[in-house]
Design a protein around this ligand. Structure first.
Ligand SMILES: Nc1ncnc2c1ncn2[C@@H]1O[C@H](COP(=O)(O)OP(=O)(O)OP(=O)(O)O)[C@@H](O)[C@H]1O
Length: 338
């Protein structure tokens, strides 16, 4: 295991919910607990995949890391310094250290900015004004992002680029300030299947050539398996399982991870995989279950699950899960409890 670069401790993000006029007079505040006390470590040069269904808190985690949102509680350090440093100058230079690329490059690129202005903007914000130096830096980063020949792309506008090319521009903009960390939130889910692997390979190369550390947010377990070293599985604001990606995929321990993996299609037509079917309905984000948050949908839930506090059990090297049962002890719901 390498040196920790990012350390997230007991991170919480609670959004207040206004349920109407009646609530305005009620003393009891209601919250969506988007992130509810998570610990994560990401090592230098590592790519950590953050997976889970819609609403589990993945994007919020990434946005807090890149300071698009403030946490309600908890601490984050990057290379030993706190992310929420108050000093104005330090704050600006630390901001450079974590950059984010988003799902939809259409939305993230300003249609009135050409490629040069798009990529030069963060450099200008950080004080670089010399046009020649800016031009050279933009050309260099376009080449790294494999938009070649760079001169051919530099003065184009977003509508003159394909989806894949736009995502490459967004990546070039992210890396031009030489960050330590890249948060990639579903960066290939809106792209044509045929170009997804090219973008994932580019991210792999950036890790290798620039030593970038990444948080890769996705609900797509197959892209996580392709790209990431470790995977963390989130459900309703909690981490359910975390470990080396190959190990978790081959030997999932938490029932929620088993459910997610059972839904991934397998290319081999002769391979019969047992699909674990669960209640499709989105879980209630406000009235959270007592004990294990997954228990109302879990095919193996027992009465004892109401006493689960989501603390981890280690089951292998760097492999942890938050189910109170060992895999062998999981019994279909309704059989005698432990
Ligand atoms: N600004 C906000 N105000 C109130 N609730 C929010 C806000 N942003 C997110 N949430 C809620 O927080 C929870 C987690 O959202 P988040 O976007 O982090 O989940 P996600 O796992 O990334 O889902 P998806 O894959 O759909 O993006 C959801 O219930 C969402 O509705």
């Amino acid at each position: 295991m390498g040196t920790p670069l990012i350390q997230i401790k007991d991170l919480k993000k609670y959004y207040p919910v206004n349920k109407g006029l009646k609530d305005m007079f009620s003393k009891e505040k209601v919250f969506v607990k988007a992130i509810d006390g998570i610990d994560l470590t990401i090592h230098k040069g590592e790519i950590l995949g953050l997976a889970g269904e819609s609403g589990s808190g993945k994007t919020t985690t990434g946005e807090i890391l890149v300071r698009l949102q403030d946490a309600t509680e908890g601490s984050i350090t990057i290379d030993g310094h706190p992310l929420d440093v108050k000093d104005g100058k330090l704050k600006k230079s630390f901001r450079k250290e974590v950059q984010m690329i988003f799902q939809d490059p259409y939305e993230t690129l300003n249609p009135r900015f050409n490629v040069f202005d798009t990529i030069a903007e963060p450099l200008r914000i950080h004080g670089l004004r010399d046009k020649k130096v800016l031009y050279e830096k933009v050309i260099k980063v376009l080449e790294i992002a494999e938009l070649k020949p760079a001169e051919h792309f530099i003065f184009r506008y977003p509508h003159e680029l394909s989806g894949g090319q736009r995502q490459r521009v967004a990546i070039a903009r992210g890396i031009v300030v030489e960050p330590k960390v890249l948060v990639a939130d579903e960066p290939v889910s809106m792209l044509d299947v045929s170009i997804r692997a090219d973008i994932l390979n580019l991210l792999k190369r950036l890790r290798q050539d620039m030593g970038l550390t990444m948080l890769y947010v996705s609900h797509d377990l197959s892209t996580i398996k392709y790209l990431c070293d470790r995977i963390a599985i989130m459900y309703l604001g909690k981490i359910m399982e975390i470990g080396p990606v190959d190990e978790v995929v081959a030997n999932p321990r938490h029932p929620y991870t088993q459910v997610l993996l059972s839904a991934v299609p397998v290319a081999d037509p002769d391979y019969q995989k047992e699909r674990i079917i669960i209640d499709d309905e989105a879980p209630d984000q406000i009235n959270l279950p007592v004990g294990c948050r997954f228990s109302p949908r879990c095919p193996f839930a027992q009465e004892a699950c109401t006493r689960c506090d989501h603390s981890f059990t280690q089951v292998g090297e760097d492999h942890y899960h938050a189910c109170i049962f060992e895999k062998e002890a999981l019994k279909p719901r309704g059989s005698s409890s432990v």
